[in-house]
Design a protein around this ligand. Structure first.
Ligand SMILES: Cc1cc2nc3c(=O)[nH]c(=O)nc-3n(C[C@H](O)[C@H](O)[C@H](O)COP(=O)(O)OP(=O)(O)OC[C@H]3O[C@@H](n4cnc5c(N)ncnc54)[C@H](O)[C@@H]3O)c2cc1C
Length: 412
Protein backbone atom coordinates (compact mmCIF):
# COMPACT_ATOMS: atom_id res chain seq x y z
CA UNK A 1 0.00 0.00 0.00
CA UNK A 2 1.25 3.48 -0.93
CA UNK A 3 1.55 5.87 1.94
CA UNK A 4 1.66 9.66 2.21
CA UNK A 5 1.86 12.14 5.06
CA UNK A 6 -1.16 14.07 3.90
CA UNK A 7 -4.04 13.51 1.47
CA UNK A 8 -6.06 16.48 0.25
CA UNK A 9 -9.49 15.70 -1.16
CA UNK A 10 -10.68 18.15 -3.79
CA UNK A 11 -8.42 20.18 -6.10
CA UNK A 12 -10.32 23.45 -6.07
CA UNK A 13 -8.94 26.72 -4.75
CA UNK A 14 -8.74 25.50 -1.15
CA UNK A 15 -7.41 22.00 -1.83
CA UNK A 16 -4.75 23.16 -4.27
CA UNK A 17 -3.34 25.75 -1.87
CA UNK A 18 -3.52 23.30 1.05
CA UNK A 19 -1.52 20.73 -0.94
CA UNK A 20 0.99 23.34 -2.10
CA UNK A 21 1.59 24.60 1.45
CA UNK A 22 2.03 21.10 2.88
CA UNK A 23 4.37 20.29 -0.03
CA UNK A 24 6.40 23.46 0.61
CA UNK A 25 6.88 22.24 4.19
CA UNK A 26 8.45 19.04 2.89
CA UNK A 27 5.57 16.62 3.36
CA UNK A 28 4.63 13.83 0.99
CA UNK A 29 1.27 15.00 -0.28
CA UNK A 30 -1.34 13.42 -2.51
CA UNK A 31 -4.17 15.51 -3.98
CA UNK A 32 -7.25 13.52 -5.02
CA UNK A 33 -9.63 15.13 -7.52
CA UNK A 34 -12.87 13.84 -8.98
CA UNK A 35 -12.41 15.70 -12.29
CA UNK A 36 -9.66 15.36 -14.83
CA UNK A 37 -8.39 18.88 -14.10
CA UNK A 38 -7.94 21.17 -11.11
CA UNK A 39 -10.20 24.11 -10.26
CA UNK A 40 -13.10 23.53 -12.62
CA UNK A 41 -15.32 25.87 -10.59
CA UNK A 42 -12.57 28.47 -10.49
CA UNK A 43 -12.69 28.60 -14.28
CA UNK A 44 -16.27 29.91 -14.02
CA UNK A 45 -15.54 32.54 -11.39
CA UNK A 46 -15.85 36.23 -12.17
CA UNK A 47 -17.54 35.27 -15.44
CA UNK A 48 -14.42 33.41 -16.52
CA UNK A 49 -12.10 36.21 -15.36
CA UNK A 50 -11.66 35.00 -11.74
CA UNK A 51 -12.13 37.66 -9.10
CA UNK A 52 -9.55 35.95 -6.92
CA UNK A 53 -9.50 38.30 -3.93
CA UNK A 54 -10.26 41.82 -2.81
CA UNK A 55 -7.88 44.64 -1.92
CA UNK A 56 -9.94 45.53 1.21
CA UNK A 57 -8.76 45.39 4.83
CA UNK A 58 -8.74 42.20 6.92
CA UNK A 59 -11.66 43.46 9.02
CA UNK A 60 -13.75 43.90 5.89
CA UNK A 61 -13.20 40.22 5.01
CA UNK A 62 -14.29 39.19 8.50
CA UNK A 63 -17.34 41.43 8.35
CA UNK A 64 -18.37 40.09 4.93
CA UNK A 65 -18.68 36.57 6.36
CA UNK A 66 -21.11 37.70 9.07
CA UNK A 67 -21.34 35.44 12.12
CA UNK A 68 -18.66 32.91 10.98
CA UNK A 69 -16.33 35.83 10.15
CA UNK A 70 -14.39 35.78 13.45
CA UNK A 71 -13.73 32.07 13.00
CA UNK A 72 -11.82 32.93 9.81
CA UNK A 73 -9.59 35.60 11.42
CA UNK A 74 -6.60 33.28 11.92
CA UNK A 75 -6.87 31.91 8.40
CA UNK A 76 -7.12 35.39 6.84
CA UNK A 77 -4.12 36.42 8.92
CA UNK A 78 -2.09 33.30 8.01
CA UNK A 79 -2.56 33.87 4.27
CA UNK A 80 -3.98 37.33 3.72
CA UNK A 81 -5.22 38.97 0.53
CA UNK A 82 -1.77 40.60 0.22
CA UNK A 83 -0.16 37.16 0.52
CA UNK A 84 -2.49 35.76 -2.17
CA UNK A 85 -1.64 38.65 -4.48
CA UNK A 86 2.11 38.20 -3.82
CA UNK A 87 1.76 34.45 -4.39
CA UNK A 88 0.40 34.95 -7.90
CA UNK A 89 2.48 38.01 -8.78
CA UNK A 90 5.75 36.36 -7.73
CA UNK A 91 4.88 33.52 -10.11
CA UNK A 92 4.50 35.86 -13.05
CA UNK A 93 0.75 36.53 -13.00
CA UNK A 94 0.07 40.26 -13.06
CA UNK A 95 -3.06 41.41 -11.23
CA UNK A 96 -5.33 44.43 -11.42
CA UNK A 97 -7.85 45.95 -9.05
CA UNK A 98 -11.28 46.93 -10.31
CA UNK A 99 -14.40 48.53 -8.76
CA UNK A 100 -14.87 47.96 -5.04
CA UNK A 101 -11.39 46.46 -4.76
CA UNK A 102 -12.12 43.34 -6.82
CA UNK A 103 -8.81 41.78 -7.89
CA UNK A 104 -8.48 39.99 -11.27
CA UNK A 105 -5.56 38.67 -13.32
CA UNK A 106 -4.63 41.13 -16.09
CA UNK A 107 -5.16 38.28 -18.53
CA UNK A 108 -8.91 38.43 -17.70
CA UNK A 109 -8.73 34.65 -17.87
CA UNK A 110 -9.34 32.33 -14.91
CA UNK A 111 -7.27 29.65 -16.60
CA UNK A 112 -4.12 31.69 -15.98
CA UNK A 113 -4.87 31.45 -12.24
CA UNK A 114 -5.32 27.67 -12.24
CA UNK A 115 -2.17 27.34 -14.38
CA UNK A 116 -0.14 28.99 -11.61
CA UNK A 117 -1.60 26.54 -9.09
CA UNK A 118 -0.86 23.56 -11.37
CA UNK A 119 2.75 24.63 -11.81
CA UNK A 120 3.20 25.20 -8.10
CA UNK A 121 1.74 21.77 -7.25
CA UNK A 122 4.27 20.24 -9.58
CA UNK A 123 7.18 22.27 -8.16
CA UNK A 124 6.27 21.13 -4.66
CA UNK A 125 6.08 17.50 -5.75
CA UNK A 126 2.42 17.06 -4.92
CA UNK A 127 1.15 13.81 -6.40
CA UNK A 128 -2.14 14.74 -8.11
CA UNK A 129 -4.47 11.85 -8.90
CA UNK A 130 -7.43 12.71 -11.10
CA UNK A 131 -10.77 10.96 -11.49
CA UNK A 132 -10.86 9.81 -7.88
CA UNK A 133 -14.30 10.16 -6.39
CA UNK A 134 -13.74 9.84 -2.65
CA UNK A 135 -16.92 8.73 -0.94
CA UNK A 136 -15.80 7.80 2.53
CA UNK A 137 -12.76 7.81 4.81
CA UNK A 138 -11.78 4.61 6.56
CA UNK A 139 -9.82 4.78 9.78
CA UNK A 140 -7.20 2.14 10.52
CA UNK A 141 -5.60 2.92 13.88
CA UNK A 142 -3.75 6.22 13.52
CA UNK A 143 -4.11 6.24 9.74
CA UNK A 144 -6.80 6.88 7.16
CA UNK A 145 -7.20 4.50 4.22
CA UNK A 146 -8.37 5.86 0.86
CA UNK A 147 -9.29 3.97 -2.28
CA UNK A 148 -7.87 5.30 -5.55
CA UNK A 149 -7.54 3.89 -9.08
CA UNK A 150 -3.88 3.25 -8.19
CA UNK A 151 -4.97 1.11 -5.23
CA UNK A 152 -5.55 1.88 -1.56
CA UNK A 153 -3.35 4.51 0.07
CA UNK A 154 -2.63 5.08 3.75
CA UNK A 155 -2.25 8.64 5.06
CA UNK A 156 -1.66 10.23 8.42
CA UNK A 157 -3.71 13.39 7.83
CA UNK A 158 -6.58 14.32 5.59
CA UNK A 159 -7.69 17.75 4.40
CA UNK A 160 -11.27 17.79 3.19
CA UNK A 161 -11.65 20.52 0.54
CA UNK A 162 -14.58 19.27 -1.51
CA UNK A 163 -16.34 22.65 -1.85
CA UNK A 164 -20.06 23.37 -1.58
CA UNK A 165 -23.07 21.83 -3.29
CA UNK A 166 -23.89 24.12 -6.20
CA UNK A 167 -23.03 23.96 -9.90
CA UNK A 168 -22.63 20.23 -9.37
CA UNK A 169 -21.18 19.71 -12.86
CA UNK A 170 -18.02 21.37 -11.57
CA UNK A 171 -17.51 18.44 -9.19
CA UNK A 172 -18.65 20.25 -6.04
CA UNK A 173 -21.68 18.10 -5.32
CA UNK A 174 -21.72 18.24 -1.53
CA UNK A 175 -19.77 14.99 -1.03
CA UNK A 176 -17.71 16.48 1.78
CA UNK A 177 -20.85 17.08 3.83
CA UNK A 178 -21.74 13.38 3.75
CA UNK A 179 -18.17 12.34 4.49
CA UNK A 180 -17.92 14.73 7.46
CA UNK A 181 -21.36 13.76 8.75
CA UNK A 182 -20.48 10.10 8.69
CA UNK A 183 -17.47 10.89 10.85
CA UNK A 184 -19.70 12.59 13.43
CA UNK A 185 -19.68 16.22 12.28
CA UNK A 186 -22.73 18.47 12.37
CA UNK A 187 -23.75 19.84 8.99
CA UNK A 188 -25.69 23.08 9.20
CA UNK A 189 -28.60 23.17 6.73
CA UNK A 190 -27.42 23.97 3.21
CA UNK A 191 -28.92 27.06 1.63
CA UNK A 192 -28.21 29.08 -1.49
CA UNK A 193 -26.06 32.21 -1.13
CA UNK A 194 -25.50 34.63 -4.04
CA UNK A 195 -28.62 33.54 -5.89
CA UNK A 196 -31.29 35.30 -7.99
CA UNK A 197 -34.72 35.81 -6.39
CA UNK A 198 -38.13 34.83 -7.71
CA UNK A 199 -41.07 37.22 -7.61
CA UNK A 200 -44.83 36.75 -7.69
CA UNK A 201 -45.40 39.50 -10.27
CA UNK A 202 -45.16 38.21 -13.82
CA UNK A 203 -44.60 41.68 -15.33
CA UNK A 204 -40.87 41.15 -14.74
CA UNK A 205 -40.90 39.02 -17.91
CA UNK A 206 -41.82 42.09 -19.96
CA UNK A 207 -38.58 43.78 -18.92
CA UNK A 208 -36.32 40.72 -18.64
CA UNK A 209 -32.74 41.53 -19.55
CA UNK A 210 -33.13 45.15 -18.46
CA UNK A 211 -30.47 46.39 -16.03
CA UNK A 212 -31.15 49.35 -13.76
CA UNK A 213 -28.09 51.12 -12.43
CA UNK A 214 -28.00 53.08 -9.16
CA UNK A 215 -31.39 52.09 -7.82
CA UNK A 216 -32.11 51.68 -4.12
CA UNK A 217 -33.46 48.28 -3.11
CA UNK A 218 -35.38 48.00 0.12
CA UNK A 219 -36.50 44.60 1.41
CA UNK A 220 -39.47 44.76 3.78
CA UNK A 221 -40.86 41.81 5.75
CA UNK A 222 -44.32 42.68 7.04
CA UNK A 223 -43.64 46.18 8.36
CA UNK A 224 -39.98 45.53 9.16
CA UNK A 225 -37.27 47.05 6.96
CA UNK A 226 -34.77 44.24 6.41
CA UNK A 227 -32.01 45.44 4.12
CA UNK A 228 -31.49 48.48 1.93
CA UNK A 229 -28.69 49.33 -0.46
CA UNK A 230 -27.96 51.13 -3.72
CA UNK A 231 -26.63 49.33 -6.78
CA UNK A 232 -27.49 47.47 -9.95
CA UNK A 233 -30.61 45.36 -10.55
CA UNK A 234 -31.32 42.97 -13.42
CA UNK A 235 -34.84 41.82 -14.32
CA UNK A 236 -35.13 38.17 -15.37
CA UNK A 237 -38.04 36.07 -16.63
CA UNK A 238 -38.65 34.74 -13.09
CA UNK A 239 -37.73 37.74 -10.93
CA UNK A 240 -34.64 39.76 -10.15
CA UNK A 241 -30.88 39.28 -10.20
CA UNK A 242 -27.75 41.43 -10.60
CA UNK A 243 -24.84 42.08 -8.24
CA UNK A 244 -26.82 43.76 -5.47
CA UNK A 245 -29.60 41.14 -5.40
CA UNK A 246 -27.00 38.35 -5.32
CA UNK A 247 -25.16 40.03 -2.46
CA UNK A 248 -28.31 40.51 -0.38
CA UNK A 249 -29.83 37.14 -1.30
CA UNK A 250 -28.33 34.99 1.50
CA UNK A 251 -29.99 37.16 4.17
CA UNK A 252 -33.29 37.25 2.30
CA UNK A 253 -33.33 33.49 1.65
CA UNK A 254 -32.66 32.76 5.32
CA UNK A 255 -35.62 34.98 6.32
CA UNK A 256 -38.01 33.64 3.69
CA UNK A 257 -38.63 30.43 5.64
CA UNK A 258 -40.20 32.42 8.50
CA UNK A 259 -41.47 35.55 6.71
CA UNK A 260 -44.26 34.91 4.26
CA UNK A 261 -44.71 38.57 3.30
CA UNK A 262 -41.36 39.62 1.83
CA UNK A 263 -41.50 42.64 -0.44
CA UNK A 264 -38.86 44.37 -2.51
CA UNK A 265 -39.37 48.09 -3.10
CA UNK A 266 -37.28 49.52 -5.91
CA UNK A 267 -36.52 53.22 -5.65
CA UNK A 268 -35.88 54.22 -9.25
CA UNK A 269 -34.79 57.73 -8.27
CA UNK A 270 -32.88 57.45 -5.00
CA UNK A 271 -31.36 60.93 -5.42
CA UNK A 272 -34.65 62.68 -4.52
CA UNK A 273 -37.30 62.04 -1.86
CA UNK A 274 -41.02 61.42 -2.47
CA UNK A 275 -42.01 65.05 -1.92
CA UNK A 276 -39.38 66.25 -4.39
CA UNK A 277 -40.61 63.67 -6.88
CA UNK A 278 -44.17 65.02 -6.69
CA UNK A 279 -42.83 68.59 -7.08
CA UNK A 280 -40.83 67.48 -10.11
CA UNK A 281 -43.96 66.03 -11.73
CA UNK A 282 -45.87 69.24 -11.01
CA UNK A 283 -43.09 71.25 -12.68
CA UNK A 284 -43.37 68.97 -15.72
CA UNK A 285 -47.09 69.78 -15.90
CA UNK A 286 -46.26 73.50 -15.98
CA UNK A 287 -43.27 73.35 -18.29
CA UNK A 288 -43.92 70.42 -20.68
CA UNK A 289 -47.65 69.84 -20.31
CA UNK A 290 -48.20 69.08 -24.02
CA UNK A 291 -46.02 65.94 -24.04
CA UNK A 292 -47.30 62.44 -23.43
CA UNK A 293 -46.49 61.18 -19.93
CA UNK A 294 -44.68 58.18 -21.39
CA UNK A 295 -42.36 60.54 -23.31
CA UNK A 296 -41.65 62.42 -20.08
CA UNK A 297 -40.90 59.12 -18.32
CA UNK A 298 -38.62 57.98 -21.14
CA UNK A 299 -36.44 60.97 -20.26
CA UNK A 300 -36.16 59.77 -16.68
CA UNK A 301 -36.04 55.98 -17.08
CA UNK A 302 -35.06 53.28 -19.57
CA UNK A 303 -37.53 53.42 -22.47
CA UNK A 304 -38.77 49.86 -21.89
CA UNK A 305 -39.89 50.68 -18.37
CA UNK A 306 -42.11 53.70 -19.14
CA UNK A 307 -45.30 51.88 -20.34
CA UNK A 308 -45.01 49.41 -17.50
CA UNK A 309 -44.73 52.15 -14.89
CA UNK A 310 -47.82 53.86 -16.30
CA UNK A 311 -49.77 50.63 -16.21
CA UNK A 312 -48.78 49.94 -12.63
CA UNK A 313 -49.74 53.49 -11.69
CA UNK A 314 -53.08 52.93 -13.49
CA UNK A 315 -52.54 55.88 -15.81
CA UNK A 316 -53.62 55.81 -19.46
CA UNK A 317 -50.65 55.22 -21.76
CA UNK A 318 -51.60 58.11 -24.05
CA UNK A 319 -52.41 60.69 -21.40
CA UNK A 320 -50.65 64.05 -21.73
CA UNK A 321 -48.59 65.49 -18.89
CA UNK A 322 -51.03 68.40 -18.34
CA UNK A 323 -53.90 65.86 -17.99
CA UNK A 324 -52.32 64.35 -14.87
CA UNK A 325 -54.38 65.23 -11.83
CA UNK A 326 -53.08 65.31 -8.26
CA UNK A 327 -54.02 61.66 -7.71
CA UNK A 328 -52.14 60.59 -10.88
CA UNK A 329 -49.07 62.51 -9.78
CA UNK A 330 -49.18 60.96 -6.33
CA UNK A 331 -49.54 57.42 -7.73
CA UNK A 332 -46.80 57.96 -10.30
CA UNK A 333 -44.41 59.42 -7.72
CA UNK A 334 -45.12 56.46 -5.44
CA UNK A 335 -44.36 53.88 -8.14
CA UNK A 336 -41.17 55.68 -9.12
CA UNK A 337 -40.01 55.70 -5.52
CA UNK A 338 -41.36 52.29 -4.45
CA UNK A 339 -41.84 49.98 -7.41
CA UNK A 340 -43.18 46.95 -5.51
CA UNK A 341 -42.37 43.28 -6.00
CA UNK A 342 -43.27 40.29 -3.84
CA UNK A 343 -40.36 37.91 -3.23
CA UNK A 344 -41.56 34.31 -3.23
CA UNK A 345 -38.24 32.43 -3.13
CA UNK A 346 -34.94 31.99 -4.85
CA UNK A 347 -33.49 29.78 -7.53
CA UNK A 348 -32.30 26.43 -6.18
CA UNK A 349 -29.03 25.80 -4.36
CA UNK A 350 -27.66 24.27 -7.57
CA UNK A 351 -27.74 27.72 -9.18
CA UNK A 352 -26.20 29.60 -6.28
CA UNK A 353 -22.64 30.87 -6.44
CA UNK A 354 -21.98 29.82 -2.86
CA UNK A 355 -23.42 27.29 -0.45
CA UNK A 356 -24.35 28.65 2.96
CA UNK A 357 -24.42 26.12 5.78
CA UNK A 358 -21.95 23.22 5.85
CA UNK A 359 -19.57 21.77 8.44
CA UNK A 360 -20.23 23.61 11.71
CA UNK A 361 -17.41 25.95 12.71
CA UNK A 362 -17.98 24.96 16.34
CA UNK A 363 -16.41 21.63 15.51
CA UNK A 364 -13.30 23.04 13.79
CA UNK A 365 -10.33 24.59 15.56
CA UNK A 366 -9.96 28.09 13.99
CA UNK A 367 -6.19 28.15 14.71
CA UNK A 368 -5.49 25.00 12.71
CA UNK A 369 -8.66 24.06 10.75
CA UNK A 370 -8.43 20.64 12.43
CA UNK A 371 -11.60 18.80 13.35
CA UNK A 372 -12.40 18.88 17.07
CA UNK A 373 -14.09 15.51 16.58
CA UNK A 374 -11.72 13.50 14.36
CA UNK A 375 -8.01 14.11 15.09
CA UNK A 376 -5.99 14.30 11.89
CA UNK A 377 -8.92 15.55 9.78
CA UNK A 378 -8.78 19.16 8.55
CA UNK A 379 -11.26 21.30 6.62
CA UNK A 380 -10.70 24.00 4.00
CA UNK A 381 -12.85 26.14 1.71
CA UNK A 382 -16.54 26.19 1.06
CA UNK A 383 -17.18 22.88 2.81
CA UNK A 384 -16.96 24.98 5.99
CA UNK A 385 -20.11 26.80 7.14
CA UNK A 386 -20.55 30.39 5.86
CA UNK A 387 -20.38 32.43 2.70
CA UNK A 388 -19.75 36.03 1.71
CA UNK A 389 -21.11 38.46 -0.90
CA UNK A 390 -19.38 38.76 -4.26
CA UNK A 391 -16.10 40.65 -4.47
CA UNK A 392 -13.42 37.95 -4.25
CA UNK A 393 -14.08 37.15 -0.57
CA UNK A 394 -15.12 33.54 -1.15
CA UNK A 395 -12.01 32.58 -3.08
CA UNK A 396 -9.88 34.35 -0.48
CA UNK A 397 -11.61 32.23 2.20
CA UNK A 398 -10.71 29.11 0.19
CA UNK A 399 -7.07 30.18 -0.26
CA UNK A 400 -6.68 31.23 3.40
CA UNK A 401 -8.31 28.18 5.00
CA UNK A 402 -6.48 25.94 2.52
CA UNK A 403 -3.13 27.46 3.44
CA UNK A 404 -3.79 27.23 7.19
CA UNK A 405 -5.04 23.63 6.94
CA UNK A 406 -2.01 22.63 4.81
CA UNK A 407 0.43 24.29 7.19
CA UNK A 408 -1.21 22.90 10.34
CA UNK A 409 -1.45 19.37 8.96
CA UNK A 410 2.21 19.52 7.93
CA UNK A 411 3.39 20.87 11.30
CA UNK A 412 1.25 18.63 13.51
C1 LIG B 1 -20.54 30.90 -11.26
C2 LIG B 1 -19.69 31.18 -10.06
C3 LIG B 1 -18.90 32.33 -10.02
C4 LIG B 1 -18.14 32.61 -8.89
N1 LIG B 1 -17.34 33.72 -8.92
C5 LIG B 1 -16.55 33.98 -7.85
C6 LIG B 1 -15.62 35.06 -7.90
O1 LIG B 1 -15.44 35.73 -8.94
N2 LIG B 1 -14.89 35.30 -6.78
C7 LIG B 1 -15.00 34.54 -5.63
O2 LIG B 1 -14.33 34.82 -4.64
N3 LIG B 1 -15.83 33.46 -5.60
C8 LIG B 1 -16.58 33.16 -6.68
N4 LIG B 1 -17.39 32.06 -6.65
C9 LIG B 1 -17.34 31.18 -5.45
C10 LIG B 1 -16.06 30.32 -5.49
O3 LIG B 1 -15.96 29.70 -6.75
C11 LIG B 1 -16.06 29.26 -4.40
O4 LIG B 1 -16.33 29.85 -3.15
C12 LIG B 1 -14.71 28.54 -4.36
O5 LIG B 1 -14.46 27.91 -5.59
C13 LIG B 1 -14.67 27.51 -3.23
O6 LIG B 1 -13.43 26.86 -3.31
P1 LIG B 1 -13.26 25.37 -2.76
O7 LIG B 1 -11.88 24.97 -3.10
O8 LIG B 1 -13.72 25.30 -1.37
O9 LIG B 1 -14.29 24.53 -3.60
P2 LIG B 1 -14.36 24.19 -5.21
O10 LIG B 1 -13.66 25.29 -5.90
O11 LIG B 1 -15.75 23.94 -5.42
O12 LIG B 1 -13.47 22.90 -5.30
C14 LIG B 1 -13.84 21.67 -4.76
C15 LIG B 1 -13.15 20.57 -5.54
O13 LIG B 1 -13.36 19.33 -4.89
C16 LIG B 1 -13.63 18.32 -5.86
N5 LIG B 1 -14.42 17.27 -5.21
C17 LIG B 1 -15.65 17.40 -4.68
N6 LIG B 1 -16.04 16.22 -4.13
C18 LIG B 1 -15.04 15.35 -4.35
C19 LIG B 1 -14.85 13.99 -4.02
N7 LIG B 1 -15.79 13.31 -3.38
N8 LIG B 1 -13.72 13.38 -4.38
C20 LIG B 1 -12.75 14.08 -5.05
N9 LIG B 1 -12.87 15.36 -5.38
C21 LIG B 1 -13.99 16.01 -5.03
C22 LIG B 1 -14.41 19.08 -6.94
O14 LIG B 1 -14.39 18.39 -8.16
C23 LIG B 1 -13.70 20.42 -6.95
O15 LIG B 1 -12.65 20.41 -7.87
C24 LIG B 1 -18.15 31.75 -7.77
C25 LIG B 1 -18.93 30.59 -7.82
C26 LIG B 1 -19.68 30.30 -8.95
C27 LIG B 1 -20.50 29.04 -8.99
Amino acid sequence: MNSYDIAVIGAGAAGSVAAIRAGQLGKRVVLLEKNELIGRKMLMTGRGRCNLTNSGKLDTFIEKFGRPGQFLRNAFYAFSNEDVMDFFKSRGLELKSERQGRVFPVTDNARSVTQVLEKCLEENKVDVIYKVHTKKLRRDGEEFILDTPRGAIAVKKIILATGGASYKDTGSAGDGFYIAQELGHTILPLAPGLVPLKTKESWVKEVQGLTLKNVRLLFVAGKRKIRSDVGELLFTHFGVSGPLILDLSADIVSLLSEEKDMRLLIDLKPGIDSGEMEDKLLREVREHGGREIKTMLAGMLPLKLAPLILRLAEIDLHKKVHQMNKDDRRKLARILKELPLTVTGSLALEEAMVTCGGVSIREINPRTMESRIVPGLYFAGEVIEGGAPSGGYNLQQAFSTGYLAGESAANA
